[in-house]
Design a binder for this molecule. Structure first.
Ligand code: NAP
Length: 290
C-alpha cells in the first residue's frame, strides 16, 4: 500500500489522519507543535522530524495547515516539503489557500519532477471525524486517481475540478457564502431580540421554510447559549473571506455583501475571538444595537 505522510494535525488534520490510519494506511505524521503528534503515533502512525523528512520517506505527502502563510512555510521553509520531494512523489495540499499560493507550490513541486494536487475540503470537525468531508480536487489527474482510496477514507464525495487553482477557487466561493450566511444569521438574531422575539421562535420559523439549513440548525443553539467551542475557528473564516475578496479583486468583482460580512469578522478578531468557533461573530454583532 502507498506510504502516506500527513503534515498539520489541527482540528481537521488530526481527524483526517486518524481516519487514514483506521483505513489501514502506512502513515507518517508531522506537526509544528510536536505534542499534537502523540495521539496519532500512539495509534500507530510514525513520527517525522520535519516536512522534508515526511516528503522524502513517503510516496505521497498531504498537508492540512491554517492558511497560505503556513502552506508556504511548510513547502518552502528550511526542511520543507520541496527539499524532500523527488521524481514521481506526490504532494496533496488540502489546506484552504488562495489559487496563487497553490500555483506557486505546484510550480516548485513540478520543478522537482514530483506531482501536485490541491484538494481543500468542505465540511467541519464532525464531518472530518465521521469521514464525510467533500473534497474539491484539482491538478495532477494521475495523482488524483492514486488518492482515490485515501480520499474515500476521509470523505463522502470527491469532485475533480480541473487545473490547479480551481479547487481553491471553489473552496473560497463556498466559504464566502457560508461566512455571509453566518453574518446575516447573527444580524437576524440581533434584530429579532431587539424586537422582543425569542431566538428559538426565529430558529423554528427559519427551519420550517426555504431558509432551513444544517448550519443554522447547528449554530443557532450555540449562539443562544454562547458556547463557542471551535469546530471551524473564526480566524480561518475571516482568512477565507479575505482570500475570497482578493480573488474578487483579481476578477474586478467588488462582492460588497461579503466585504460587509468580512468587516463583522474583523471586528470579532479585534475583540480577541479568533480562536473561538466562527459563530462567535455573534459577539461582535450583538454589541451593535439597532
Ligand atoms: P487548526 O486547528 O487551527 O490547525 C492549524 C494547523 O496548522 C496546526 O497543525 C498548526 O500547527 C498548523 N500551522 C499553522 N501555522 C503553521 C506554520 N507556520 N508552520 C507549520 N504549521 C503551521 O485549523 P483547522 O481547523 O484544522 O484547519 C486547517 C485548514 O483547513 C485551514 O486552512 C482551514 O481553513 C481549513 N478548513 C477548516 C475547517 C474546519 O471546520 N475547521 C473546515 C474546512 C477547511 P500547530 O499545532 O503547531 O499550531
Amino acid at each position: 500500500m502507498v506510504k502516506l505522510g500527513f503534515l498539520g494535525l489541527g482540528i481537521m488534520g488530526s481527524a483526517m489522519a486518524r481516519n487514514l490510519l483506521h483505513a489501514g494506511f502506512d502513515l507518517t505524521v508531522w506537526n509544528r507543535d510536536r505534542e499534537k503528534m502523540a495521539p496519532l503515533t500512539e495509534a500507530g502512525a510514525k513520527p517525522a522530524e520535519s516536512p522534508a523528512d515526511v516528503a522524502s520517506t513517503c510516496d505521497i505527502t498531504i498537508a492540512m495547515v491554517s492558511n497560505p502563510e503556513a502552506s508556504h512555510a511548510i513547502a518552502f521553509g528550511k526542511d520543507g516539503v520541496i527539499e524532500g520531494l523527488s521524481q514521481g512523489k506526490g504532494y496533496v495540499e488540502m489546506s484552504t489557500i488562495d489559487p496563487q499560493t497553490s500555483h506557486a507550490i505546484a510550480k516548485a513541486v513540478r520543478a522537482k519532477d514530483a506531482r501536485y494536487l490541491e484538494a481543500p475540503v468542505s465540511g467541519s470537525k464532525k464531518p472530518a471525524e465521521d469521514a464525510t468531508l467533500v473534497l474539491l480536487a484539482a491538478g495532477d489527474h494521475a495523482l488524483y486517481d492514486e488518492m482515490k482510496e485515501a480520499f474515500e477514507a476521509i470523505g463522502k464525495l470527491t469532485v475533480y475540478l480541473g487545473e490547479v487553482g480551481q479547487g481553491s477557487a471553489m473552496k473560497l466561493v463556498v466559504n464566502m457564502i457560508m461566512g455571509g450566511m453566518m453574518a446575516a444569521f447573527c444580524e437576524g438574531i440581533a434584530l429579532a431580540q431587539a424586537n422582543h422575539l425569542a431566538p428559538e421562535d426565529l430558529f423554528a420559523v427559519l427551519d420550517a421554510g426555504a431558509t432551513a439549513n444544517p448550519m443554522f440548525r447547528l449554530k443557532g443553539p450555540m449562539i443562544e447559549q454562547e458556547q463557542f467551542s471551535p469546530s471551524f475557528p473564526l480566524q480561518h473564516m475571516q482568512k477565507d473571506l479575505r482570500l475570497a475578496l482578493a480573488l474578487g479583486e483579481i476578477c474586478a468583482l467588488p462582492l460588497p455583501t461579503i466585504a460587509a460580512a468580512n468587516a463583522q469578522f474583523l471586528r470579532a478578531r479585534g475583540m480577541g475571538l479568533e480562536t473561538l468557533d466562527f459563530s462567535a461573530v455573534w459577539k461582535a454583532i450583538q454589541t451593535v444595537k439597532p
